[in-house]
Design a protein around this ligand. Sequence first.
Ligand code: GCW
Length: 677
Amino acid sequence: NAENGHQLWLRFDRLEAESPVFSGINADKSKFAVKEFQQIWKEKTGKLLPVVSGQIDNQLIVGTRKDKNILSLGIDKELVRQGKEGYVIKTISKQNKTFTVVASADEKGLLYGVYHLLRILQTGEFNKALNISEKPSYSVRVLNHWDNLDGTIERGYAGRSIFWRYSEEHPTITDKDISLWREYARANASIGINGSVLNNVNASPKMLSEEYLLKVKAIASELRPYNIKVYLSINFSSPTNLGGLKTSDPLNPEVKMWWAKKVNEIYKLIPDFGGFLVKANSEGLPGPQDFGRTHADGANMLADALKPHGGIVMWRAFVYDAGKDDRAKLAYKEFMPLDGQFRDNVIIQVKNGPIDFQPREPFSPLFGAMKKTPLMPEVQITQEYLGFSNHLVFLSTMWEEFLESDTYCNGKGSTVAKTTDGTIFKQKLTAIAGVANIGLDANWCGHQFAQANWYAFGRLAWNNSLTSAKIADEWIKQTFSSDAKFVEPVKSMMLESREATVNYMMPLGLHHLFAYGHHYGPEPWCDVAGARQDWMPKYYHNASVKGIGFDRSTTGSNAVLQYFSPLKEDFNDANTCPDKYILWFHFLPWDFKMKSGRILWDELCYTYDKGVQQTREFQKNWDKAERFVDPERFTQVQNRLRIQAHDAVWWKDACLLYFQQFSKRPIPYDIERPVYK
Ligand code: GCW
């Protein structure tokens, strides 16, 4: 693809310039990782790295513990410790000669090791004193594609599906598909993603028809060399809707049989198939509760069918029955009583926050609370509630904030990261999911900077203690330029961008002020007759002359009680609750005294305005970067920053002018005047 952004972070244009040229590679040429390295080296430098043996200075040694060139190094124990996907990269000196070694226990790890080497060559971190050992934080690091079989993508803002691009009736495969799938797989492998759920969680029963499974098989065979397993979202009533059975009751023997057969059929086609992702009894989809059964009954039935083949079930906890209670409490209420009832190949997939991918939410109280069932975080890479692919929002800081949130489930330091990666609860199965932002757009993600979110998800899934600053730094250097005059300002823009977005959209813990349905712009006044109350912004902001916010304290919905001490006490008291969550947990009068000394109304005005000013700085910042970027990508980003600044003003004016009817106070005179009526 001709477009510049198509190469993602895989440009590798400084392999030679920034590094000492290797004298040659000592490796088994038939290994996939070695072929991959050689191919990239050849593409990017125009030269093939010669294969050498014997002891030559500056040699690159690549192999697994069973290879002769690695066996002799005496690092076997270390390699075994890193597990199948881990690796080491080391500088070894012997008799005045230096070697760079990339070694692993298994070929899977070797591929990741080789990509790590390429990354440090490209970012200028390569040196002659390397001692790197890596292994992933989570064993399953999976992208969820909300791709429909007709080629559309739910909440996708980068074009149509790369998997299902033609007629829904007869899935076809072209050469273009195959090369795209390969590029996709390579990009994922380069950041450690090892699984793809190929279809929307709002799943069509047709997904499991033979015709579609054949296409899944074809996709799987392109992804397999890159260590990526395929998974499918299933519709819980498939036995009825596809199989023609009278029921889909998970305890019915015929239903169990149907799933067992279906699973056998899948594994015949795809022997390393990963398993199922299930959205059940959620937003109107069918599920075990339709038959008086529990989530555990449903998940276990599927788990039993998958178990003999080594497959897993990722069962989502995104449930909220209309009108039952405060929406933020519902997943906890439904799932906590089931703790300990799930099979060992089931993992519960929980969105980072208790509502739904808002610009800011506290972490879901299920993390840390379910102690006998493994949980996997689900984050959203696609920007459903964050300006689609028009706004530059680097989500890494949001995920870092989430992963580093202390649940206190096991005393201080029990971060969400540690409750899910096996550190605190010794579960065998660990996983993390990101809802992909990938489509057929030439640059894959719509916004050039949205690629950074795909990148950041992979890096954090691999190492959940990486900082966003490190991730941004790597990404900028690989994607654009290593020049400090470019890297530093662009990095600070990225690191500030999510907070800026929270400021101009929903500061101080406000949430769900979005326009109904599409979730792009503001619509705090929205009132759709007959619609679910918990889809209406008013349900969340409750603005009136008395004040604004959602009372989730002990004088309100009691949601605070789902958190461990001392969090629940901190959240419960408006004077100790962090400002960033204050209107999430409290309904407060307009003249409530904030920590800054301002009254709430003024604080709200200043924060909205700050968000607007931040987007203006982003524009200036980017304009100064012009000389470092190709005109194509420069202009694309410039245009989108213009939209973002415009939207920020729209958000600020819409929200402030709407809330002002209730606050009945002036907008402080030193901030920008409204331009909308
Ligand atoms: O965020 C909401 C979206 C739905 C989505 C749902 C979910 C796939 O608005 O489009 O459906 O969550 O996560 O299941």
